[in-house]
Design a binder for this molecule. Structure first.
Ligand SMILES: Nc1ncnc2c1ncn2[C@@H]1O[C@H](COP(=O)(O)OP(=O)(O)OP(=O)(O)O)[C@@H](O)[C@H]1O
Length: 220
C-alpha cells in the first residue's frame, strides 16, 4: 500500500493525504499541476519537504534504497533508461543481481523478451527500435527486476495510436500495482481510481471515469 500523509513538496505540491490500494491508479491534470511530483514521491525520486510517504511500512525518506528496489519507474522518454547497446544486453543488465549465473540469466532474458513480444529483436541495437518497441523494452527492463509497484510517468506521450494501445494494454494488464501519470484520458478512464491534480493539490479523487469528467469540467 502506498500512503501519503500530509506529504508536501514546497512550491510543487500542497500537503496531500491519500492511501492508494487499488491495482491501477491514474494521475491526471494540466501541465505543471504537480502530477510528476506526486508520482516521484511514491518511489522516493522526490522526497517530501514535509509530511511523509510510506510504501508497505517503508518511509521513502528513511528507507529510500529499499523503496526504490520495490518501486519501478518508467519515464516518458525510454532513451533515458536504456543504456546497453542491444535489447538483450539491456534486459540482462537489469537482471544481473537476481541471476548471477550467466546461462540462467540468458534464459531469464529470453523469457522477459518473449513476454513483451520482443524476442525477435534481442540482438537489435536499442537505437534501431521504433518508439513503441523502445518503450516496451524500457517497461520490460524495469519489470525484469520484479518490483511490487510500477510508476509510469506519461509512458505513451511519444507513441502513436497503435503503440499507445499496446503499451496501455501491457500496463493495465500487469499484476503489480500501477501508478500511471497520463494525458491520455481514455487510458486513465480504464484505471480503478484516478486523482486529478490541479494547481498543486488533489482536486478530485475517485472512480476513474468520474475523475476524467471532473478534469474536463475543470479546463472547459
Ligand atoms: N526539480 C524541480 N525543482 C523545482 N520545481 C520543479 C521541479 N520539477 C518541477 N517543478 C515545478 O513543480 C510544479 C509541478 O511540476 P510537475 O512536473 O509535478 O507537473 P506535471 O503535472 O507533471 O506537469 P506536466 O504535465 O507538464 O509534466 C511546476 O510548477 C514545475 O515547474
Amino acid at each position: 500500500m502506498i500512503e501519503l500523509v500530509e506529504a508536501a513538496v514546497e512550491g510543487r505540491l500542497e500537503p496531500t493525504s491519500v492511501r492508494l490500494t487499488e491495482r491501477r491508479v491514474a494521475i491526471i491534470g494540466s501541465n505543471g499541476s504537480g502530477k510528476s511530483t506526486l508520482a516521484r514521491l511514491v518511489n522516493g525520486l522526490v522526497e517530501p519537504t514535509s509530511g511523509r510517504v510510506v510504501l508497505d511500512g517503508l518511509d521513502t525518506r528513511r528507507d529510500g534504497r529499499e523503496v526504490r528496489r520495490r518501486v519501478g519507474f518508467v519515464f516518458t522518454d525510454p532513451a533515458a533508461q536504456l543504456v546497453m547497446p542491444t535489447v538483450a544486453e539491456d534486459v540482462a543488465l537489469s537482471l544481473r543481481k537476481q541471476h548471477r549465473d550467466k546461462a540462467e540469466r540468458e534464459r531469464a532474458v529470453t523469457a522477459v523478451l518473449e513476454r513483451f513480444g520482443l524476442a525477435n529483436l534481442a540482438l537489435r541495437s536499442v537505437h534501431a527500435l521504433s518508439g513503441g518497441q523502445r518503450q516496451l523494452l524500457a517497461i520490460a527492463t524495469v519489470l525484469a527486476t520484479d518490483p511490487d509497484v510500477l510508476v509510469a510517468d506519461e509512458p505513451t506521450t511519444l507513441l502513436d495510436l497503435a503503440n499507445t494501445r499496446r503499451v496501455g494494454e501491457v500496463l493495465l494488464g500487469l499484476p503489480q500495482q500501477l501508478v500511471l501519470v497520463t494525458h491520455d484520458l481514455d487510458l486513465a478512464a480504464q484505471c480503478d481510481r484516478a486523482l486529478v491534480v490541479h494547481e498543486s493539490r488533489v482536486a478530485f479523487d475517485g472512480p476513474a471515469p468520474t475523475a476524467v469528467d471532473h478534469y474536463r469540467a475543470l479546463v472547459s
